[in-house]
Write a protein that binds this ligand. Structure first.
Ligand code: GLN
Length: 307
C-alpha cells in the first residue's frame, strides 16, 4: 500500500472512532457568532514531506482564534527582537483560563506568557505600523507566506467579537494602566480581534505545523523565520499552547500544539509532521474534544510524542 493510502485510511479511522465524542462538548458561545457552528463537524489533515493527507471536514473554514497567537508572536520576535518582546510578556504557564485577569494584579504586571489573551494582546501592541491596516498586514504577510495563499477574515466573527469582547477590553486597559501595553488600546484590540478572525481550515493548520516542524522553512523552501524563534514558539506551545490543560496534553499527546476556541488545534511534530484538527465542540478548558482525541490517537499510533 502507498503512504498516501496508509495515512489517509489512518486519518479516516481515527476520525470515525473519535467523532461521536463531540456530543460531550459545547460550542463556544461567549463570542455570539461562534455559537452558530455545527458541533458535529470533524476534520483532520496531516502534512508531511510527502504531501498533504486529510479526512472528514478538513476543508471546512473556521476562524484562527488563539492559534493566531503563534503567528503574531513570530512576527513580533522578528520585528522587535527577543529582548523587547520579553520585556512585555513572561514565559511561565499560568494554570488559569486563557482569558483570566487575576494574575495581572497578583503575580506581576507583565502577562505570564504570550499564549494567554493578556499576553497575546501585549504582543500585538509590539507589531509596528502607523495604522491597524499596516500592522495587520505584517501578520498577514507572515501567515500568507507560510500558507502560500492569501487569506480573508470572517467579518461576522470579527464584528461579533469586537462588539462583545469586554473581557479582552478589560485585560487591555489593565495592561495600559500598568504600562505594559504600548500605544492606543482600541487600535491594539482591533488588531487582536482581526487576527483571531482569520479564516483557515485543517489543511492550513497542517501546513503551519509542517512549517514549524521544518524549523521555519516554508513548503517552497524559503527560510521565513529563524530556527531559534521557532524553537521559542514551539516551546511555548508545549508549556502553554493548550491553556490550563497543557500539562495533561503533554502527557497524553506529547507534541507542541496550539488550540483556538472555534475548535481548531495545530500540532507540530519536530522534524516530521504538521497536523491540523477541527471540531467546534469544546471541553470546559476551551479545547476541541474531538481534536484532542484525534491527536492522542495519532500520537499513539504513529509514536509522535517528543518525550
Ligand atoms: N478571540 C478569542 C478571545 O480572545 C480567542 C481565545 C481562544 O481562542 N482561546 O477570547
Amino acid at each position: 500500500m502507498s503512504i498516501q493510502v496508509d495515512m489517509e485510511s489512518l486519518l479516516l479511522e481515527v476520525l470515525t472512532e473519535t467523532s461521536s465524542s463531540a456530543s460531550e462538548g459545547k460550542v463556544a458561545s461567549y463570542i455570539p457568532e461562534l455559537s452558530k457552528a455545527d458541533p458535529s463537524l470533524a476534520g483532520v489533515a496531516v502534512m508531511t514531506p510527502d504531501g498533504l493527507f486529510q479526512a472528514g471536514d478538513s476543508s471546512h473554514p473556521f476562524t484562527l482564534q488563539s492559534i493566531s497567537k503563534i503567528i503574531t508572536l513570530m512576527a513580533a520576535l522578528e520585528q522587535r527582537g527577543v529582548e523587547e518582546v520579553f520585556a512585555r510578556v513572561g514565559s511561565e504557564p499560568t494554570g488559569d483560563p486563557f482569558n483570566s485577569i487575576v494574575k495581572l494584579e497578583t503575580a506581576e504586571h507583565k502577562p505570564l506568557n504570550p499564549m494567554i489573551n493578556a499576553g497575546a494582546i501585549a504582543v500585538c501592541s509590539l507589531i509596528p505600523g502607523s495604522s491597524v491596516e499596516e500592522r495587520f498586514s505584517i501578520i498577514l504577510e507572515m501567515l500568507e507566506a507560510i500558507l502560500g495563499r492569501t487569506v480573508q477574515i470572517d467579518q461576522a466573527v470579527y464584528t461579533s467579537e469586537k462588539e462583545t469582547g469586554h473581557r479582552n477590553r478589560a485585560l487591555a486597559y489593565f495592561l495600559k494602566d500598568t504600562g505594559v501595553l504600548e500605544g492606543d488600546v482600541e487600535e491594539v484590540l482591533d488588531l487582536y480581534f482581526q487576527q483571531c478572525s482569520i479564516l483557515v481550515d485543517c489543511t492550513d493548520l497542517a501546513r503551519i505545523g509542517m512549517f514549524l516542524a521544518a524549523k521555519g522553512i516554508t513548503w517552497s523552501g524559503q527560510r521565513l523565520v529563524s530556527a531559534s524563534i521557532v524553537r521559542l514558539v514551539t516551546t511555548f506551545m508545549v508549556t502553554c499552547g493548550m491553556y490550563n490543560a497543557s500539562g495533561e496534553f503533554a502527557i497524553q499527546v506529547g507534541i507542541p500544539a496550539k488550540s483556538g476556541v472555534s475548535g481548531g488545534i495545530l500540532g507540530a511534530v519536530p522534524g516530521r509532521f504538521g497536523i491540523g484538527t477541527f471540531g467546534p465542540a469544546l471541553d470546559p478548558k476551551g479545547n476541541s474534544i474531538v481534536g484532542v482525541k484525534m491527536l492522542r490517537e495519532l500520537s499513539h499510533r504513529l509514536d509522535l510524542s517528543i518525550f
